[in-house]
Design a protein around this ligand. Structure first.
Ligand SMILES: [Zn+2]
Length: 313
């Protein structure tokens, strides 16, 4: 059995995942990055040991999916927005030492992409792009069951390709990258910039809340949803044109409201992708649910080690 460790900006989840991608046991805690890396490592250890016992099994490997940037080969954290002080810490080396098993780590979008390709909506697809739309936009590319890597193993930042160069600035250096226009916070800031002083839903706006308001007929929320669908569609149309993948799998918190966006996304792809067989690219919703990242973390181990010859992937 393989244990998965999913490290996000707000929470750390650990669990034991069987060879069919089913979670046998899990637990989670807040990331609390400010308490330091050593303390987080101790928490991971103390969550993992009872999980293995609860699953009544011996853990033979550990896979990690983490919000990035991370170095998939050295196992070191880069300068991660949510925990910059952990830079240079090596979770792969530490868990290898503590548990005495092989450990592999990937960016969390790559981990979820591997899981959807192996056990989820992308099963049996030769080429797949997984896109997660939530607080940010992340993506992972899987070709013939293998993760696509850039130079030096780098993870391509698909969420930061430019959609509108006159758009809002982003930490990535661009103006109007996809994430700045179409991630959940972009829905909120667009609506907040347009809401009248007497708008009754001013407080605690989130992308989820805006989607609920749109469904209940709120005109401003409906406009925000239309804008979101437009920008999602443009980014996805770019992916179809650039990669002509067999499938694009959509996940993340914003995609829980996919029913509001899919029609416009499909129209945009149809309108913009005339030079490629866009109708052959399947647009699917992620199928692994809330534990997709945890299942993905476990899949990272399989992808790295559970192949004939055990070559590094
Ligand atoms: Zn950006």
């Amino acid at each position: 059995m393989i244990a998965g460790v999913d490290i996000g900006g707000t929470k750390i989840a650990v669990g034991v995942v069987d060879n069919n991608g089913h979670v046998l046991s899990r637990s989670e805690c807040p990331t609390d990055a400010e308490r330091g890396y050593a303390e987080a490592l101790a928490r991971i250890e103390h969550m993992l040991r009872p999980r293995a016992a609860a699953a009544d099994t011996k853990v033979t490997g550990i896979g990690i999916g983490s919000t990035g940037p991370v170095d998939p080969f050295t196992g070191e954290f880069g300068e991660v927005n949510f925990f910059p002080a952990w830079r240079g810490e090596n979770l792969v080396a530490d868990l290898t030492r503590i548990f005495g098993v092989r450990v592999a780590m990937e960016n969390d979008a790559d981990a979820a992409a591997l899981a959807e390709a192996a056990w989820g909506a992308g099963k049996d697809k030769k080429s797949l792009i997984y896109v997660t739309i939530g607080t940010g936009i992340g993506a992972g590319i899987v070709l013939d069951g293998r993760l696509y890597r850039g130079v030096g193993g780098a993870h391509p930042e698909i969420g930061h390709h430019v959609i509108d160069a006159s758009g809002p600035p982003c930490m990535c250096g661009f103006h109007g990258c996809w994430e700045s226009l179409a991630a959940g916070p972009a829905m909120v800031s667009w609506l907040e910039s347009r809401m009248p002083i007497d708008y009754p839903h001013r407080d605690h706006l989130t992308a989820k809340r805006i989607c609920e308001l749109a469904l209940s007929g709120d005109e401003l929320a409906i406009q925000s949803v239309k804008r979101e669908a437009h920008y999602l569609g443009l980014g996805l149309a770019n992916l179809v044109t650039l990669f002509t993948p067999d499938a694009i799998v959509l996940g993340g918190s914003v995609m829980k409201s996919a029913i509001l966006f899919l029609e416009e996304i499909r129209k945009t792809i149809c309108r913009c992708c005339r030079f490629v067989p866009f109708d052959k690219t399947e647009l699917a919703l992620a199928s692994l649910g809330e534990d997709a990242n945890l299942i993905g973390a476990a899949r990272v181990w399989h992808h790295r080690f559970a192949r004939e010859g055990g070559q590094r992937a």
